[in-house]
Design a protein around this ligand. Structure first.
Ligand SMILES: [Zn+2]
Length: 317
């Protein structure tokens, strides 16, 4: 019997989002429960089992109908061994995830980090549909990404390829969470934008940003759109760094498309106009002209749809 369905699991710091879908990515059943990560690895594993059982039951399917399970999780992780090494938001220490799931359900199961999973999702179902070479980057609290090369995800030697947020673009730049200085993440992430706004207020600059108790990139975009010069200046500077990052990606991979997702991408034209302008300035003309820079196509469920896409792409090999 041909297996016509897959299950995708988006394992996050706060919730486990699971979906059973057909091979076109249409969701048949979906179940979301809290991760309760603080209860430990064993409990989290049991909750994943629970989600898999629930989406099977709700869709009136059994494990016999399922071609593969795909799981997206924050990293660092070892996709080949199916182990989550550690993550800042989940108390996991070499958490062996794939083996027990495979054993319990007898379904091929695949794991990858959430940025790669999002890239695969965009490639199969989102903005990158039909491309052979594309790079996805997500710009929110951090900056991460995934590259599709010749139609397949490129994982690299330790499964951490496209840790683009930790490439250096300013040698004496601000300290990054990773310990390095001048990383893309320290200069162009949503966190970096919020930090710059707080510093401007602390310096006593004349700006409407001082009217907020808490400043994130969201407020900076909002005030910039209403004409606040300080907010616009901060965005111009941070998005210039993002543009440099995208220009470096284009020079490295020569992709057909760079897709930008994550909270900062919701800034819309301010983001894309600036990034395209910087790319035009810094890239070889022929490469820049051949590459489109576009917003992500998948919305709020991109994590679980990406996990569905992971299951489909890995089981097609
Ligand atoms: Zn870094």
């Amino acid at each position: 019997m041909e297996k016509k369905y897959v299950i995708g699991i988006d394992l996050g710091g706060t919730k486990i989002n699971g979906a059973l879908a057909d091979l076109e990515g249409n969701v048949i059943s979906q179940h979301i429960i809290p991760t309760n990560a603080s209860e430990g690895e064993e409990k989290v594993l049991n909750r994943i089992f629970q989600v898999i059982e629930k989406v099977l039951t709700d869709a009136s399917k059994t494990s016999e109908d399922i071609k593969a399970i795909g799981i997206g999780s924050p990293g660092p992780l070892d996709a080949k061994k199916g182990i989550i090494i550690s993550t800042p938001n989940l108390p996991f220490d070499n958490f062996e995830l794939i083996k027990p799931i495979k054993e319990k359900f007898n379904i091929p199961t695949y794991l990858d980090n959430d940025a790669n999973v999002a890239a695969i999702g965009e490639h199969i179902f989102g903005a990158g549909k039909g491309t052979e070479n594309m790079v996805f980057i997500t710009v929110s609290t951090g900056v991460g990404g995934g590259a599709i090369i010749n139609g397949k995800i490129y994982r690299g030697n330790t499964c951490n390829a496209l840790e683009i947020g930790h490439t250096t673009i300013e040698k004496d730049g601000p300290r990054c969470n990773c310990g390095n200085y001048g990383c893309v993440e320290a200069l162009a992430s949503g966190t970096a934008i919020g930090k710059r706004a707080n510093e401007a207020v602390e310096r006593g600059e004349e700006t409407s940003l001082k009217n907020y108790k808490e400043l994130t990139s969201y407020e900076v975009f909002k005030e910039a759109k209403q004409g606040d010069k300080v907010a616009s200046g901060i965005l111009d500077s941070c998005l210039n760094y993002l543009g440099i990052c995208v220009a470096n990606i284009i020079a490295t991979f020569d992709p057909e498309m760079v897709i930008i997702g994550g909270g900062v991408s919701h800034g819309g034209n301010i983001v894309f106009d600036k990034v395209r302008e910087v790319v035009k300035e810094r890239c070889l003309e022929s490469m820049a002209n051949a590459c489109s820079i576009v917003p992500a196509g998948l919305g709020a469920d991109s994590g679980v749809i990406g996990a569905v896409a992971l299951a489909i792409s890995e089981s097609d090999d």
